[in-house]
Design a protein around this ligand. Structure first.
Ligand SMILES: Cc1cc2nc3c(=O)[nH]c(=O)nc-3n(C[C@H](O)[C@H](O)[C@H](O)COP(=O)(O)O)c2cc1C
Length: 174
């Protein structure tokens, strides 16, 4: 699958997954794609915990309050580390997001599906619970979870606004 096909096929899978594990070699390939993402000053501030223990997957799903997540074959937890890397600026969210998109496209290209879970885990004491469960030392914390697995059927990406409403050549025309 070429990169444009993966971009078009990627969608947020928010339903149950098939009851099939994701092989560790596949998980390593996906996370390697995340590791190869660009990062501010190449500081590579994102770390990853790859969860394939079914009991841990269930505990994470309970924290997210999204029941479908307990059916994931694996969950990739993306851990950020806020520290200034250039003139006082920190880029940990951007670094993490670049890694996440690389992984989502790789997941799609390999025939799996996933969803970017962030809003569901940054509220109501959930960062502390996830840190404790995955043994992540503060001030590092889990910024994004990617539950992934085999979809029972292929889903579709949410509709996007047309090019002409979001992009222009040379000057802004919105
Ligand atoms: C920064 C960010 C945070 C997100 N957080 C969540 C989340 O917590 N829970 C969830 O179900 N989806 C989450 N999503 C997925 C979006 O709902 C989804 O990408 C959007 O509806 C567009 O659908 P598509 O991915 O199929 O194009 C998040 C996406 C992004 C980029």
């Amino acid at each position: 699958m070429d990169v444009f096909e993966a971009i078009n096929k990627r969608y947020s899978h928010k339903r149950e997954f098939k009851d099939e594990p994701v092989p560790r070699e596949t998980l390593k390939k996906i996370v390697q794609a995340g590791i190869q993402a660009p990062s501010g000053c190449n500081e590579q501030t994102t770390d990853f915990v790859i969860v394939d223990d079914p009991a841990l997957i269930r505990e994470i799903a309970a924290i997210t309050e999204r029941p479908f997540i307990k059916t994931a074959g694996a969950i990739i937890a993306c851990i950020v580390n806020q520290r200034p890397v250039y003139r006082g600026l920190s880029f940990e969210v951007e670094d993490c997001s670049a890694a996440v998109e690389n992984m989502l496209l790789s997941i799609t290209a390999l025939g799996y599906a996933a969803v970017w879970i962030e809003g569901n885990i940054l509220v109501e004491g959930k960062p502390e619970k996830l840190n404790s469960l995955l043994k992540v030392p503060a001030p590092k914390y889990v910024r994004v979870l990617l539950p992934l697995g085999i979809p029972p059927e292929q889903g579709t990406q949410k509709e996007k606004k047309p090019f002409a409403r979001r992009a222009w050549f040379n000057t802004y025309d919105g």
